[in-house]
Design a protein around this ligand. Sequence first.
Ligand code: AMP
Ligand code: ZN
Length: 480
Amino acid sequence: MSVELYDTLSRSIQTLAPSSSDTLRFYCCGPTVYGPAHIGNFRTFLIQDTLRRVLEVDGMAVKHVRNITDLDDKTIRRSLEEGKSLIEFTAYWTEKFHADCKALNMLSPSIEPSAVAHIPQQIALVEKLIEKGNAYATDDGSVYFRVGSFEDYGRLSRLKQRELKTQTENSAGEVNDADEYDRESVSDFALWKSCKDGDGDNYWSSPWGEGRPGWHLECSAMVDSAFDGETIDLHGGGIDLCFPHHENEIAQSECAHGHDFCKHWFHSAHLMVEGAKMSKSLGNLYTLDDLRDKGFSPMVVRYTLIAGSYRQQLNFTFDGLHASQSALTRFERFAEALLAKTGEASDQFNATYVTSGAPEDFGRLTKAWDALRSNLNTAACLGAIFGVIGSNPAASLGADGARSMLQTFGSLLYALGLELFTIEAKQPDAPKEIIALAQARWDAKQAKDWGKADEFRDELLAKGWTVNDSKDGFAIEPKE
Ligand code: AMP
Ligand code: ZN
């Protein structure tokens, strides 16, 4: 079995394979760098990173391209507000994004192109689209894509023409300006925006006058540059990008090149807060730094964001973070028990075992590995790992058996992007003695020793702490 994934285009599970050459061409829409990325953004990027890791452990070469969106209404407006050049402003936030990615143990993409660095390519694409009759310039020096010229428009999102006309806002929050009155049709979208007041110095010369590319165009141009204009195998992004952004990418690229833009589409569901999408515009967001300040290590954040099914919305809660923290602690206990058999130290565990080299056979962890290859079912994978941990295999293993289980466990951790023994602060605010007591209660519960578990719970209560369980672990809180 190779890696299978749900493809939004065909609405079915597909086997991932490079269509030509032996490298999978994988493009992801990257961050808009006008502030810190929030953990909702990171849910999407981490899911993409995890898929890439699974593919690599499975033996596939992947060219992973993720762009930097450094040119849109928001980057321009914020840079002007701060009195900085666009380049200086976006370089700062790009650097911050990289630091967060590193802390979250994300692999660097093979290439990370930026929109500003691809202006000539974007202009050339617009020229081609005008030449082919798919785009037209207006009197004010803007250029629009003629949606009616592309029969397949709406194929990905399955929106009908009637519905398209009612969509007035794109996922970048750029409302189709009412003053764009010379568009032929309300669903036509901007490829080139003529320079207007409020753009500062952020305009470029073009055959249509000074201006800048529309947001959707950048990805079509960067995909061309990164993959030599060839059809790509997989394109990822949050579900909000499906329409209109990805639909527009398809229209631009397929009209310009006359061949398929991308074979499969990979969309991840949103991270939510109390029923609403976590987003900068709603202000209901947490950044990695916010959570670090509250005592949660990046590995705990990563675990939380990848643990659920990527096609289902995930509700962000602090209980969820606590549960991830104890799940990682259980992983560490498991690794320690195996390391005790091989005589190795835990500080060597990541370097020795958490590697991309896959074992020939995942042994008792086969179910966990198969779950990852089957539509990136991280929840089932983690469940299967806990199933094995619960049976306490270390007890009956010798050094060789323990070493091979460390190898399979380490490969799974690599695929999930998790490293152990890196937690910066375990259960925040709880004294060591309380954490040990809560862990002992959890262990008793796992061993189905309910009497003992209750005793530990009472002892915790007497000391002023309550403990809440979830499927994978426990969270400790001071009693109200
Ligand atoms: P942006 O920085 O707004 O361009 O978004 C970067 C990526 O984050 C895109 O793939 C978005 O679809 C994704 N995204 C934005 N908000 C969320 C969220 N709440 N949950 C998951 N992904 C998100
Ligand atoms: Zn894009």
